[in-house]
Design a protein around this ligand. Structure first.
Ligand SMILES: [Zn+2]
Ligand SMILES: [Zn+2]
Length: 51
């Protein structure tokens, strides 16, 4: 399981890179609309680690 710990305190998870990126993008749209489009796939994956 890959996880990104968002600075807001939410843990966004995904089974694969694609799922994680999709889930992080969805979380940004939902909770951080001002940040939409500011994180590339590479940046999201750099923030991720394995759980
Ligand atoms: Zn967040
Ligand atoms: Zn962690």
């Amino acid at each position: 399981m890959k996880v990104v710990h968002c600075p807001c305190g939410k843990d966004v998870e995904g089974e694969t890179d694609d799922e994680l990126v999709t889930n992080v993008e969805a979380h940004v749209v939902e909770d951080h609309p001002d940040m939409v489009g500011k994180y590339s796939r590479e940046q999201i994956l750099e923030m991720a680690h394995e759980h």
